[in-house]
Ligand binder design. Sequence first.
Ligand code: THU
Length: 160
Amino acid sequence: MREYKIETIVHIFGMAELNEQDRQLVEAARQATKGSYAPYSKFCVGAAVRLLDGTIVTGANQENAAFPSGLCAERTALFAAGAQYPDQPVTALAIAARKGRRFLSKPISPCGACRQVISGVEERFGSPIRILLYGTDGILVSEGISPLLPLRFEGEDMHP
Ligand code: THU
């Protein structure tokens, strides 16, 4: 038996500690929660994606009475970016969530399916995505999906 230790390093920043670009992306994610359609969960999530040329694409969770037919904010934004700007690599992704008018105090954490999609977008463009998870108490920043999804399945695993 061999033991394999996985270390995860992320950083927590205050809003004032973020650089201008990151602050702008987090603000876009906060604003994007207004596009949330969440009559079932009442949990409004917004996501904002920054592309290499500086374009920002936003998304919000869209629910459906058949629950699995809905989609998270992160994938809404990432798929919209992929569809509209297929040649532009994604460099950063910010997420924010609120219940009613109150944003969460601790950083919102993307679901497993969204982490897998983020991983796929990194693979597609061959570069890590800076991930900013907003909470009013601090913004958790992960350099790429790896710290949030170690041992993940990647396309190249199919062609060893
Ligand atoms: N949701 C997101 O949009 N992103 C997340 O990171 C977590 C969950 C949505 C899905 C559903 O519409 C609602 O939040 C409750 O799970």
